[in-house]
Design a protein around this ligand. Structure first.
Ligand code: UD1
Length: 417
């Protein structure tokens, strides 16, 4: 097993390259099922969730060739209802197999999925969309099964803004007869990226990035070459680490617009943020101010930056509030952060951070992907030695995180034990 060991309180300086977005890569890789052709996907992050996705696709019959960040996938021989339960149950993103299998084969059978545990993760909105398109859907014995004689375009109004439901129903409706109109959809950049990829394969999707998406059914898709957008959450994590530890970091290969809510909060804290065309500079020398933050679907402040924000605010003088409005239980990591002396109270959906106290590195257990990132930020900025175990949760979604922080001058390493 591996752990991350950090000797903290050293400023970060230099330049770091951001990888492709995990939450765009997973739907796009699953989306290749729809093409029945050869796709070349570039800028794919080298993370465990991508390894798992490609393994699942191979087990279903796809031919996969991977050269670092470029993946070539031939899905001509893929078959539905064949994804191994033990693999799909490890990752939430495998839910997208339902939409992709249903879209291409009119039938799907996929194990109930796992991933980060921050409360109940229902799929009622996905099911609502599939049923509206004409599918029968059943959840039995740990599997979701869907089948349809025909998929017919329709209107779907989502009761909750859900990234997963938006992705899944787009995938299922690409070949549906007529026009499908999806309302109250998620507007995240990875939704736009998925639509752009599918359109590059010949789909007819308009409106991605707004709250209404229209999909005109097409007969078939062809293959294409497509590059995934940069990971806004990885970029945000490096921005917060630079602010917490101090120093000056240039974060390359980003789309600054995607980072607006993150940059705005850093500026409010008194941290210097400069936007360039495809890079962001974060510089912090003096004290940081306490602030209040509430998570929201995009373009609001992302829930996937919430734990990192809590860690950062431990280093800002005064009381801050972080309110979680997307997930019902996403503060499990707070108990771990408290081991450093962090003074954080939880009141319902809000963490109250009494910042600016003396913080000392501590042993911590990464309870999920972004929680682990928060612990890395804490370890980089707190005095003394931090050791983080269960780091596979971090490596699910961060590409070479240790190497990247080392290149910024951090005393961080991965140790086997
Ligand atoms: C995706 C991200 C995850 C991120 C989340 C919100 C991936 C692989 N994961 O997860 O990192 O935290 O978006 O930005 O991209 N909900 C329902 N019914 C449904 C679906 C969702 O009630 O059918 C609720 C959820 O319980 C949650 C909220 O809607 O409270 C948002 O969930 P959703 O956007 O679907 O998250 P995921 O797609 O699972």
């Amino acid at each position: 097993m591996d752990k991350i060991v950090i000797n903290g309180a050293k400023p970060l300086n230099g330049t770091v390259e951001i990888s492709g977005a995990k939450n765009a890569a997973l739907p796009i890789l699953m989306g290749t099922i729809l093409t029945a052709d050869n796709c070349v996907i570039e800028n794919v992050p080298e993370i465990l969730d991508v390894d798992l996705t490609l393994e699942i696709l191979e087990k279903m019959g796809a031919k996969v060739r991977r050269d670092h960040t470029t993946v070539e996938i031939d899905t001509s021989d893929i078959l539905p209802c064949r994804s191994p339960y033990e693999l799909v149950s490890r990752m939430r993103g495998s839910t997208y197999l339902i939409g992709a299998e249903l879209g291409r084969f009119k039938k799907a059978k996929v194990g109930m999925t796992g991933g980060c545990n921050f409360g109940i993760r229902p799929i009622d909105q996905h099911v609502k969309g599939f049923k509206a398109l004409g599918a029968e859907v059943a959840t039995l014995g740990g599997f979701v099964e869907a089948k349809a004689e025909r998929l017919v375009g329709t209107e779907v109004y989502f009761d909750i803004v859900s990234v997963g439901a938006t992705v899944n129903v787009i995938l299922a409706s690409v070949f549906a007869e007529g026009t499908t109109v999806l309302e109250n959809v998620a507007r995240e950049p990875h939704i736009v990226d998925l639509a752009n990829f599918l359109n590059a394969c010949g789909a007819n999707i308009i409106g991605a990035g707004t709250d209404t998406i229209k999909i005109k059914g097409v007969e078939k898709l062809h293959g294409c070459t497509y590059a995934i957008i940069p990971d806004m959450i990885e970029a945000g994590t490096f921005m917060f680490a630079a602010a917490a530890a101090g120093g000056e970091v240039k974060i390359n290969n980003v789309i600054p617009k995607h980072l607006d809510s993150i940059s705005a909060k850093l500026s409010e804290m008194g941290v210097y943020v400069e936007e360039l065309d495809d890079a962001i500079i974060v510089k912090r020398e003096g004290d940081m101010k306490s602030i209040n933050v509430k998570t929201r679907p995009y373009p609001g402040f992302p829930t996937d930056m919430q734990p990192q924000m809590t860690a950062l605010l431990c280093f800002a003088k005064g009381d801050s509030k972080v309110t979680e409005a997307v997930w019902e239980n996403r503060f499990r990591y707070v108990e771990e952060l408290r081991k450093t002396g962090a003074n954080i109270d939880i009141a319902g959906d809000t963490a109250i951070i009494h910042g600016g106290t003396e913080l000392v590195g501590a042993p911590m257990r990464s309870v999920d992907l972004r929680a682990g990132a928060a612990m890395v930020i804490m370890g980089l900025a707190a005095n003394g030695r931090t050791e983080i175990v269960d780091i596979h949760t971090i490596e699910r979604g961060y590409d070479n995180i240790v190497k990247k922080f080392r290149s910024l001058g951090a005393d961080i390493r991965k140790v086997s034990f």
